[in-house]
Design a protein around this ligand. Sequence first.
Ligand code: SF4
Ligand code: SF4
Length: 336
Amino acid sequence: MEMVSLSPCLPAVSRLAFGSLTVSPLQACPDTESAADIIAYAFERGVNFIDTAQYYKNYHIIRRAFEKYGRAGDVVLSTKTYAYDRATAASAVEEARRETGRDVIDIFMLHEQESYETLRGHMEALEYLFECKSRGIIRAVGASMHHVAAVEGVVTLASRGIKLDVIHPIYNRAGIGIVDGTADDMAKAVAKAHGLGIGVFGMKALAGGHLTSSAAEAFDFVLDKPFIDAVAVGMQSYSEVDANIEYFESRVFSDEHARQLAEKKRRLHVEEYCEGCGACVRRCPVKAMSLEEAPPSEEVGEFVRTYTHRAVVDTEKCVLCGYCSGVCPVFAVKVY
Ligand code: SF4
Ligand code: SF4
């Protein structure tokens, strides 16, 4: 597995990172033991980099994977938080350390930043993360984003003396999931940040499944960019681990893996008992959800709908992140 330097603050990481959203309760993931087995298998095969988030609620799965693998200290662990002030950041750091069983968290990021203004709005949390870095319980501080403006904000921040160590932007050849621009716009901003010495690991190279039928081209698009150091890819099965490792190592998919990827169809499902509350619409980072009118008292099998609206997804925009699933009060939305 190709190893790269993401930041001088970190040990070398595998260019392929295990994106663990796919093994979290936000998606229809395998049970804890099976999910941990799959992650541990990826570690055994040379993937030493895993990305998660406080929001994914899967620290227990990663901890179990560490136990199964037996050499947790060799793995670079990245997580992120929506914390905005000192108290919420302190609580997020302690939760990550306690739940993953790691004294030191390698990368701690602000989750889903949108612009320079949101970065400034999270300054207390950011300062706390840097404080943890100086105390040695975090190795690198960063931010993740679906917005070009957030990458530009990171560059502005650096010009004012606050330089993040890493960023984790959405980036794919179709530009799917980039909220405020094109793939080109994102590339320009990320290249600028990378030029300042900020490490970059991309997300959603396959655009949440939209590009799996042309996975080789989609991976090549990001892997050929000099400003993309590593790429987190969501994996949910042994064959996905094998296929991705195979491609990152050789830039070729075996016929079997190419067929499996082309056949793999994940989708977002909204259950009939959706209450039309709109929480998922407000939560969706790429504005793929909306409410439509539903006939009142509609009979759907044994279920009688009494709500006037229901959620619908624009499948062209949806990147299957599952974030909407985390806010649904009745668990009516899930990625399968
Ligand atoms: S999974 Fe949900 S939150 Fe994520 S992009 Fe699709 S609709 Fe939006
Ligand atoms: S899917 Fe859930 S969060 Fe979205 S509108 Fe329906 S009930 Fe609300």
